[in-house]
Design a protein around this ligand. Structure first.
Ligand SMILES: [Mg+2]
Length: 222
């Protein structure tokens, strides 16, 4: 078992990591992306869905594909797709408690926007824990799993890789982190795309329930 005693940097993906995929918040964003494509590219819904998925798989994010293929304005896209109803996201006091107890700094690393991350962690009641949000703009619109944003994140927050761990629901996004010497934790889920390679050598931990996992760490490091 790899020890987490020396961890000083706790890096978290946002969507479907800091809140459960069962909240369906991401499916709302997904719908908005489809609507954006319908409006912008003047296509019908089935076609928009096809484009959205194709760009996501080929370019890492739908936005990246839209920027490359259609010269879409990124800010306008991010503003539109994150204009959703967050009211169903509830406070997670237990998660907040465990995050607070973790020694060191906590950073969010997301392919989404800063505003979306801020709204989400505010709704979850965990906002105060984080010293930074590294978003897709900070990543120069180059999404995970390209290694470039990982390197930029490390340099911006002066992260010592051997003292850090990254939590993510998309297993292949853990590979660059592993290559850089960051410990990796995969948030278990049943999505076919997210699962890809979850049993690979680059995944150090499998996490069924993030709060419970952090609770166990806190017990050990205490
Ligand atoms: Mg995610």
């Amino acid at each position: 078992m790899i020890s987490l005693k020396n961890i000083k940097f706790w890096i978290f993906d946002l969507d479907n990591t800091l809140y459960s995929s069962t909240t369906n918040i991401f499916s709302k964003i997904d719908k908005k992306m489809c609507q954006f494509i319908i409006d912008e590219l003047r296509v019908d819904e089935p076609e928009a869905l096809k484009i959205k998925n194709k760009y996501f798989h080929e370019h890492g994010t739908t936005l990246n594909g839209l920027m490359k293929k259609h010269n879409i304005n990124a800010e306008r896209f991010l503003e539109f797709v994150h204009d959703i109803d967050y009211s169903f996201l509830n406070k997670n006091e237990k998660l907040n408690y465990e995050l607070k107890k973790l020694p060191g700094s906590k950073i969010i690393f997301t392919n989404g926007s800063k505003k979306h991350a801020e709204t989400t962690i505010l709704k979850l009641g965990i906002k105060d824990n984080f010293s930074g949000i590294f978003d897709i703009v900070d990543s120069d619109y180059i999404p995970k799993p390209d290694i470039a944003p990982y390197k930029k994140l490390i340099s911006k927050y002066r992260i010592n890789c051997s003292e850090s761990i990254f939590f993510e629901d998309i297993a292949k996004n853990l590979l660059p982190a592993h290559k850089l010497g960051i410990k990796t934790a995969w948030i278990e889920n049943d999505d076919k795309y997210c699962k890809e390679g979850f049993d690979g050598y680059h995944v150090d931990f499998r996490v069924k329930n993030l709060t419970k996992f952090l609770e166990d760490i806190n017990k050990k490091v205490a």
